[in-house]
Design a protein around this ligand. Structure first.
Ligand code: SAM
Length: 305
């Protein structure tokens, strides 16, 4: 493999695919009052109602079903403290909803007040296993049912190896740790190849590389955002002579948001552009192990494995 991810072995895909997507978790608020009256008299219910999407609806006069978004879970959170940029919430909603109620492993680098670990647990449901990583020994106090905390640095390869040996390949990694590029890149190079087949990897606070305060701390061209930009070329590696890599064949998308990047893994070895109907007698184009070519008439398209 070439490019920034070279030098790492990409292991075989260790896990299966989380089953079908669900968009949001549902909470039921039962009240004898009408929802409007309840909201007026109960500030928490009012906050939930304000922050939830418009699809709240009545099931009966006594039961109201409200869609809980990650944002509304955050606004109504009453556990340990946390802080996240607000623009992250719709992005996480988009990329993580498919994991709701699935038996998955989420690793978050950076525990701090512990609240984000609790937020992921509330959002993803009763089967998620969460591992928080932090260098601060006080973070151990945030362990609870479904949540483990391991102490060490994201820059320590041996420590990360011990996490992988103990818990296996993660389905989700969220890097909210040191925010130093060398640490973010180290953790990414370790965990990304270990992600399960449809796993998601998010790196927060990429703006740090742009801060004047930080200028000079990150060598020019060596920041995490530089790596992510170069991986856009690796994503398209099948269209150039020397860029195709395991990253190309196992990455479905790279999504850039303000200060946040999200990678989605998936098997994408053979892409093709089928023709529907007739168009110049051309049955379509395929890019497979033989490279870019026109499909022969009647040729079946090779399937991804
Ligand atoms: C921004 S806070 C995490 C916030 C938390 N995720 C939240 O959403 O509220 C960053 C945390 O990363 C930890 N940290 C700093 N350097 C680290 C490193 N090299 N490896 C792991 N954690 C680190 C700090 O101790 C701190 O608790």
């Amino acid at each position: 493999m070439t490019g920034p991810m070279s030098g790492r072995n990409f292991p075989a895909e260790p896990h299966g695919n989380p089953q079908g997507p669900r968009s949001v978790s549902i909470v039921r608020l039962t009240a004898n009052l009408t929802p409007l009256k309840r909201c007026a008299s109960d500030p928490i219910a009012a906050r939930i109602a304000r922050s939830c999407r418009a699809s709240a609806r009545h099931r009966s006069s006594a039961t109201r079903v409200i869609e809980m978004t990650l944002w509304s879970e955050f606004l109504t959170h009453q556990g340990s403290g946390m802080s996240k940029w607000k623009q992250y919430f719709p992005a996480y909603q988009r990329h993580l909803s498919k994991f709701i109620d699935q038996s998955i492993l989420l690793v978050e680098i950076g525990v701090s007040g512990g609240g984000s670990l609790q937020l992921w647990k509330k959002f993803l449901g009763p089967f998620v296993r969460i591992v928080g990583i932090d260098t601060d020994v006080t973070c151990k106090q945030f362990e609870e049912d479904q949540i483990s905390v391991r102490l060490g640095s994201q820059s320590d390869f041996t420590f990360l190896q011990s996490i992988a040996e103990e818990f296996g390949g993660p389905d989700i990694v969220i890097d909210d740790g040191s925010h130093r590029s060398e640490d973010q890149i180290n953790a990414f190079q370790f965990f990304y190849p270990l992600l399960t087949k449809n796993g998601v990897y998010a790196i927060e606070d990429l703006h740090v590389a742009y801060w004047d305060l930080q200028a000079g701390l990150v060598p020019h061209g060596k920041s995490t955002i530089d790596l992510c930009k170069s991986l856009v070329d690796d994503l398209h590696g099948r269209y150039s002579r020397d860029k195709r890599s395991t990253f190309t064949d196992t990455t479905r998308s790279i999504s850039f948001y303000d200060s946040l990047v999200v990678f989605e893994r998936g098997i994408v070895q053979n892409l093709y552009a089928p023709v529907i109907g007739t168009r110049d007698g051309n049955p379509g184009i395929v890019i497979d192990s033989k490279g870019l070519r026109v499909l022969d008439a009647g040729e079946s398209v090779p399937q991804d494995t």
